[in-house]
Design a protein around this ligand. Structure first.
Ligand code: CTP
Length: 425
């Protein structure tokens, strides 16, 4: 499953791998980008060539793979590193090794990748990967901070796990699916315009996503059809735009790799979701309540074992109460300046959506409410696209059918309006 919203179709992406064992995963990234419709060129450093075959990269990208010896080909009329840097709309360095990072931050141009990085004036997605001790080394950390100050660099920090050196810790390259998603985020704003917007740097976004579950008995559940796609994509777009993102989620139907880079807490019931949100609300600059909270729960507590199904009709007739409105509670206890976005999945005509959405926003008190229909083909739960209305104080904005990634950009723009200027950027 991928973001099949067309954001990468026809885009020119240069994928470069340097010498980390994570380079064995770079062909998967190339394959994913090509399947998403991107035009891909590949570049390997001499160290990466020990780990991954140029033939694999060439085959998967449908184009020759460039190596250091190609840089000084006498048959070339223009330097290869300039050609590649100018050709690419986006450059992806995956994996970014400690050596290539060091060269880049010092401005050294020895080798095809190092010189292409210096010549590149387009955004660069940098997915670092190395042994934990190397990653934690103050010199590497200083270099990592230094490249983040360059315009257009989007850092994808390594994730934690078992490394090829048998150590557990930070150092794994971001999953190729995650890197592909980050590329799609960059290309998804306003009809494919490439965005290097880092306006959420220094801000913290708290997001809820997915469904919640309430028990009928020890085996049976009440829930809903939410896949969590919109909430997780909103969280990832905010992350790529620089935010610290915390995600409280119920069951999700999205690739596990889409959760990378987010501070995630998994919950089941509305009660658990409420506790998690309350615990984290104070620190957040903004909150997006995208979760589809289940509507009913058993009153009185205590779980029935598992009555036979013949008893269910009678059981379902009594002993239920509405789940309290989490959003309303969050609005009432928010710290000064915190902006809150709610979602409303509704059915009916545009007039009905506007009427019920408007009432709902006033009742819940959130700054913004994205009202989206879930009874139209190709949009809503689990789909790539959404449409509807964005409502706020004096705001009634029609949202035409658009990808959930592009919608996430627009919602973050609207949410950022009126937020205090971040302190740390
Ligand atoms: N919401 C919530 N707590 C609930 C129900 C909904 O916080 N118990 C939030 C959702 O996360 C969403 C917004 O309220 O941001 C609107 O959700 P919706 O399901 O449309 O709200 P309901 O109040 O359940 O609406 P309805 O009465 O139409 O079912």
């Amino acid at each position: 499953m991928r973001t099949d919203d067309g954001a990468l179709r026809g885009r020119r992406i240069l994928v470069a791998a340097s010498g980390s064992i994570a380079a064995v995963k770079t062909p998967l990234l190339v394959s994913g980008l090509v399947q998403a419709g991107a035009e891909v060129r590949c570049l390997l450093t001499p160290s990466a060539e020990h780990l991954v075959s140029p033939v694999a990269m060439a085959t998967l990208s449908r184009h020759r793979c460039y190596r250091d010896q190609d840089q000084w080909d006498p048959g070339r009329s223009r330097p290869l590193h300039i050609e590649l840097a100018e050709w690419a709309e986006l450059m992806v360095v995956a994996p970014l090794s400690a050596t290539t990072l060091g060269r880049w931050s010092l401005g050294l141009a020895d080798g095809l990748l190092a010189s292409t990085l210096l010549a590149c004036e387009r955004p660069v997605l940098a997915a670092a990967a190395m042994n934990t001790a190397m990653w934690k080394h103050p010199a590497v950390q200083a270099n990592w901070q230094s490249i983040q100050r360059l315009p257009g660099v989007i850092p994808l920090s390594p994730t934690a796990g078992l490394l090829a050196c048998d150590r557990h810790g930070d150092g794994r390259m971001a999953d190729p699916i995650q890197i592909e998603l980050a590329a799609a985020v960059l290309f998804s704003r306003h009809e494919g315009e490439l965005s290097i917007d880092r306006s959420w740097l220094g801000r913290r976004l708290l997001v809820s996503a997915g469904s919640t579950l309430e028990s009928i008995d020890q085996a049976r559940l009440i829930s809903n059809r939410s896949s969590g796609r919109m909430g997780v994509l909103l969280a990832q777009v905010a992350r790529v735009r620089g935010a610290e993102v915390e995600l409280i989620h119920g069951p999700l139907q999205v690739p596990q790799a889409w959760l990378e880079g987010l501070d995630c807490e998994s919950v089941e019931s509305a009660d658990q979701m409420q506790q998690a949100l309350h615990r984290r609300q104070e620190q957040a600059s903004a909150l997006a309540m995208v979760a589809a909270v289940a509507d009913l729960r058993r009153s009185g507590g205590g779980l029935l074992s598992k009555p036979p199904k013949s008893d269910l009709p009678q059981l379902l007739e009594q002993g239920w109460e509405p789940v309290p409105d989490l959003l309303e509670g969050l609005v009432n206890r928010r710290p000064p300046g915190q902006r809150i976005l709610g979602f409303a999945a509704l059915t009916g005509s545009d007039e009905e959506l506007l009427l019920r959405g408007g009432e709902k926003r006033l009742r819940k008190g959130c700054d913004l409410l994205m009202v989206n229909p879930i009874d139209r083909v190709g949009e809503g739960f689990g789909e790539d696209n959404a449409s509807g209305w964005l409502l706020g104080d004096g705001l009634q904005q029609r949202v035409p059918l658009t990808s959930k990634l592009a919608l996430a950009h627009d919602l973050l723009d609207a949410l950022a309006e009126g937020l205090a200027t971040p302190t740390s950027c």
